[in-house]
Design a protein around this ligand. Structure first.
Ligand SMILES: [Fe+2]
Length: 144
C-alpha cells in the first residue's frame, strides 16, 4: 500500500522536525525571541505526540516503523539545519516551508488512504492537515 511508504516518510519527517524545532526554539534571537520560542514549543509538543501516534498506526497496519535516526535522515523530506543565531525572519521562513511540506505530505497520505479504504489513516491525517493549516496561517500572519 503506497500510503504506508509515505507514512514512513512522514514519521521520518516528524523525527527530524522534532530536533529542528528545538534548534530554532533555542537559537532564535531578537526582540521577538519569546514569541518564536513559545511558538516552536507548541509545535514540538504536538510533533512529539504525532511521532508516537504515527509509529503506532504503522504497527497496527503490521508495518515495522522506521526507528533509527540514521533511517530518518535518509528518508526525510525535511532538511536539518546547522545551529546558529536565527533571525525572526529566518526562523519563520524555515517554519513556514516545513509546515507546508508536512501539510502537503499529510494531504497526499490522507487522499491515498481514502482511495484504499483505510479510514483510520484518513481520520488521523485529516487532523494533521488541519493542525498544519492553522499554523501556516499563524506563520503567515507573523511574517506580515
Ligand atoms: Fe524549551
Amino acid at each position: 500500500m503506497e500510503h504506508l511508504d509515505l507514512t514512513q516518510e512522514y514519521l521520518a519527517n516528524l523525527g527530524v522536525l522534532l530536533v529542528k524545532l528545538h534548534n530554532i526554539h533555542w537559537n532564535v534571537v531578537g526582540k521577538h525571541f519569546m514569541k518564536i520560542h513559545e511558538f516552536t514549543e507548541e509545535l514540538y509538543d504536538q510533533v512529539f505526540e504525532d511521532f508516537d501516534e504515527v509509529a503506532e498506526l504503522l504497527k497496527m497496519k503490521k508495518v515495522m516503523p522506521l526507528s533509527t535516526l540514521e533511517e530518518y535522515l535518509e528518508v526525510s523530506s525535511i532538511e536539518e539545519v546547522a545551529a546558529k543565531d536565527f533571525t525572526r525572519e529566518e526562523a519563520l521562513e524555515m517554519l513556514k516551508a516545513d509546515l507546508e511540506t508536512m501539510q502537503a505530505l499529510a494531504t497526499d497520505i490522507r487522499n491515498l488512504a481514502d482511495d484504499e479504504g483505510d479510514f483510520e489513516t484518513v481520520a488521523m491525517f485529516e487532523d494533521f492537515v488541519a493542525f498544519y493549516s492553522k499554523n501556516i496561517w499563524f506563520t503567515d500572519a507573523m511574517l506580515k
